[in-house]
Ligand binder design. Structure first.
Ligand code: ATP
Ligand code: MG
Length: 427
């Protein structure tokens, strides 16, 4: 037994190991192609930002800023820093800092880890990953529709079923102010059913009170005045413009007047894609318009709209809808006996890789029997055998490992210089 104690990973922060990582990589590759098809370009920002960026950009009275951020003071220079809890604020900061919108609007995306100190459960982690897409400088509603049509295509590409779209409009500031007065009056009438958090928020951020998951508050929330009923002609026209384009694309949606989203900065379009197949954490993607944020963060005023997909939830759903076998470590596994054969195998493997094959050379010196067990475990379709006889003859023995697949369990002898072409043709 080791005298050293092991150190465990952090709660709510998951490792991903093969073969699960193969799915991550497939998703990432597919997502990049999907985004490129719509002209979206990658924008990368640091994980760490000034805490005040998120406090201002996300809003002080939000779950994220109130209790979920990983913040600390950099002991080297006393700066308050935060590990990004979402991408939008950092992307907007970056766009402003680099004057990225000076000559035209931009379509960008980012993909990577974000951090929130939440109670871990299925679909809710402390380090999780988002695909974040932002259309900066577009007033919509055409681009709002483009983003949603794009998402419908991603679900199709992944073969996802049972994922539905909910829409709402949060209107403009004046409409929210009128609604807010009515809402606060409603909340004051129902003080007795409000939980502690709701009472705290009812004056600072009453709209968020409606976002509650507390069952005891559902009747009160359902009976509350609806922001949607306070929308003026322009906001309604924007909403109709979006709906018309979704109709054009044959995308079904429902209006959910209680949809407000977790973050403060949204206006007009908000949407979520939800499913019943992920337990309590059923929101796979959330997004909307945030026309005031660029100005709020010190940039020249410009409208914007975007969304974020939770990758763990997306992978969970994808696994359910498109389960498949573990990917193989390689296509060809080379086994050998003796130093000369090992060195020849290493060179042969390079020639296989030149031909585009995935090849593994057995490492270490063990008997053929245990090498064949490794070959099997690797998932390879063929083993290439190099013993003394093979070396002397300049011929490799190829043993096809899978019945019903290439080679169908046969064994054959192939000259070294024809091996790559032969395997490439048969695999
Ligand atoms: P929720 O209501 O589930 O807390 P949210 O409104 O906080 O979600 P957003 O800030 O909109 O979520 O983030 C976008 C997406 O990121 C969510 O729709 C979800 O798929 C995913 N997500 C959010 N929080 C987590 C988490 N802690 N772990 C895993 N995925 C998450
Ligand atoms: Mg949340």
């Amino acid at each position: 037994m080791s005298e050293f104690k092991k150190v465990a990973g952090l709660t709510g922060m998951k490792d991903a190991l093969p073969p699960e990582t193969a799915r991550w990589e497939r998703l990432e590759a597919l997502v990049r192609d999907w985004l490129a098809a719509y002209g979206y370009q990658n924008l990368r920002t640091p994980v760490l930002e000034h805490t005040r960026l998120f406090a201002r950009g996300i809003g002080e009275v939000t779950d994220i800023v109130e209790k979920e951020m990983y913040s600390f003071i950099d002991p080297l220079n006393d700066e308050r820093l935060t590990m990004r809890p979402e991408f939008t604020a950092g992307i907007v900061r970056s766009a402003i800092e680099h004057n990225f919108l000076y000559d035209r609007p931009r379509r960008v995306y980012a993909m990577g880890p974000v951090f929130r100190h939440e109670r871990p459960q299925r679909g809710r982690y402390r380090q999780f990953h988002q695909i974040d897409v932002e259309a900066l400088g577009f007033p919509g509603p055409d681009v709002d529709a483009e983003l949603i049509v794009m998402l419908a295509r991603l679900w199709r590409l992944l073969g996802l079923k049972d994922i539905r779209l909910e829409l709402n409009s949060l209107g403009q500031a004046a409409e929210r102010a009128a609604h807010r007065a009515a809402l606060v009056a409603h909340l004051e009438k129902h003080l007795d059913v409000l939980d502690e958090e709701a009472r705290r928020r009812m004056h600072s951020n009453p709209l968020r009170v409606l976002d509650t998951k507390n069952p005891a508050m559902q009747d009160m929330a359902n009976a509350a005045p609806r922001l949607f009923d306070f929308l003026g002609a322009e906001s309604l026209a924007h909403y109709r413009g979006l709906c018309d384009r979704l109709d054009d694309a044959g995308i079904a949606y429902t209006l959910n007047p209680r949809l407000v989203r977790g973050l403060d900065y949204y206006n007009l379009t908000v949407f979520e894609w939800v499913t019943d197949r992920l337990g309590a954490q059923g929101t796979v993607c959330g997004g909307g318009r945030y026309d005031g944020l660029i100005e709020l963060l010190g940039g020249k005023p410009a409208p914007a709209v975007g969304f974020a997909i939770g990758m763990e939830r997306l992978l969970d759903l994808w696994q359910q809808d498109a389960p498949d076998q573990d990917p193989a470590e390689c296509q060809v596994y080379l086994v050998h006996q003796g130093e000369a054969a090992q060195r020849r195998a290493a060179r042969l493997a390079e020639s296989l890789r030149d031909a585009g094959l995935r090849a593994l050379v057995h490492a270490g010196s063990t008997g053929f029997k245990s090498q064949f067990r490794r070959a099997d475990a690797s998932g390879a379709v063929a083993a290439v055998v190099l013993g003394e006889d093979e070396l002397a003859a300049g011929m490799a023995s190829v043993k096809w490992l899978r019945t019903g697949a290439a080679g169908d369990g046969q064994q054959e002898s192939v000259a070294f210089d024809r091996l790559a072409a032969h395997l490439q043709q048969r695999i």
